[in-house]
Design a protein around this ligand. Structure first.
Ligand SMILES: Cc1ncc(COP(=O)(O)O)c(C=O)c1O
Length: 355
């Protein structure tokens, strides 16, 4: 089966399943804010249209300054990307030929980027981090370890002690710890490891603005780090990598605290309703702290039959065949609007009733 590599663009999933692409469907496969793009960003995009006649500021200095101020680090420690995905791509180039560790199951782009650059990729399961002495031993030969926190696809968060321990041990061997915080702003307490950047020059934090602000098509992400690493990584970036509309709206996005708060409230409310329904109806789910979760019908091992049923009903989940360790035994769903989540529960109910 030729499974699509990512969520979104459901036409590829329908093609893989050999089903007709319906005119009406609800896309639960992409983890974008269900409240949509905030009005302030929409307005800013309109204001910025005329700037498209010119080249953007290739340094992105104004946005970098704002991010640095918010994160309490030097501007030199901020790297801007055309989405966090671009930064993952250049990290792979920077790590060319090195040995790297990836905590699985997780976002597939770390592996893709490292493999493209002839890295020796090794894997550990997230469970292994709970008793980490074996992991720490491997740091002698490992140049970097990738962690996704909150993790995609589970939505779960690692214990703080586990991450701090890892940072301490990794520092001894100059192993870089790359923590992808693409979804950290959906966490109820929005906690981040960026406060440890001063202490750990081996720490790199990745962030994305495309999910919270629903600007996946516009593309904007950034990385935070200490020392002169930013310069080394920037050397792999194309000139003008971030467009002027993204630079402009990024600055506005950083000020939208009410919007992010409203989003978190919505997600929490909907998650409670969904998880209550799953508990009552015998569905298993991951203990997600963010805006997506894994779900399975425990009466089956692989969930392809359920996936086929849902897509035929116009419900599009994310398959998990390319998440090592999950191998199609779960489906991932974004938390969406109240009516969309209701529709999902209705269809899950008809699935239960007919079995
Ligand atoms: C964990 C994680 N990191 C990074 C990205 C890439 O984000 P962006 O849209 O900013 O490139 C994604 C996209 O789904 C993701 O899930």
């Amino acid at each position: 089966m030729n499974w699509p590599k990512h969520g979104s663009n459901p036409q590829f999933l329908y093609r893989a399943l050999n089903q007709e692409y319906p005119s009406n469907f609800i896309d639960f496969s992409t983890n974008i804010n269900p409240l949509g793009m905030p009005e302030e960003i929409r307005n800013e995009l309109i204001i910025g249209i005329d700037e498209l006649e010119h080249y953007p500021d290739s340094t992105g200095i104004e946005l970098k300054n704002e991010i640095a101020k918010k994160e309490n680090i030097a501007t030199e420690g901020v790297l801007l990307g055309n989405g966090a995905a671009e930064i993952i791509t250049i990290i792979g180039r920077w790590l060319q030929g090195e040995q790297v560790l990836i905590c699985q199951p997780t976002f597939s782009e770390y592996e893709a980027s490292c493999l493209q650059n002839q890295c020796l990729v090794e894997y550990i399961s997230l469970d292994e981090l709970e008793t980490p002495s074996n992991v720490f031993e491997r740091f002698h030969s490992v140049r970097a370890i990738f962690l996704c926190n909150p993790n995609n696809p589970t939505g779960e968060v690692l214990e703080k002690d586990i991450i701090l321990n890892l940072l301490r041990e990794a520092k001894k061997t100059s192993t870089y710890v790359i923590i992808d915080e693409a979804f950290y702003d959906f966490l109820e307490d929005e906690h981040t490891y960026s406060i440890y950047l001063h202490e750990y020059s081996n720490l790199i934090i990745l962030r994305s603005l495309t999910k919270m602000y629903a600007i996946a098509g516009l593309r904007l992400g950034y990385a935070l780090m200490e020392g002169n690493l930013q310069e080394k990584l920037s050397a792999f970036l194309p000139h003008w990598n971030v467009n002027s509309l993204a630079l402009r709206t990024g600055r506005i996005a950083l000020t939208l605290d009410e919007f992010t708060e409203e989003t978190r409230k919505h997600i929490l409310k909907e998650k409670k309703r969904l998880f209550y329904y799953f508990d009552q109806n015998g569905y298993q789910y991951s203990l997600s702290r963010v805006n997506y979760y894994l779900l399975r019908d425990p009466s089956m091992d692989e969930q392809t039959e359920l996936l086929n049923y849902l897509t035929a009903q116009g419900i599009v989940p994310r398959h998990t065949f390319n998440f090592p360790g999950l191998n199609g035994r779960w489906l991932r769903f974004a938390i969406k609007t109240e009516s969309e989540n209701n529709r999902l529960m209705e269809v899950l109910q008809t699935w239960k009733d007919r079995r």
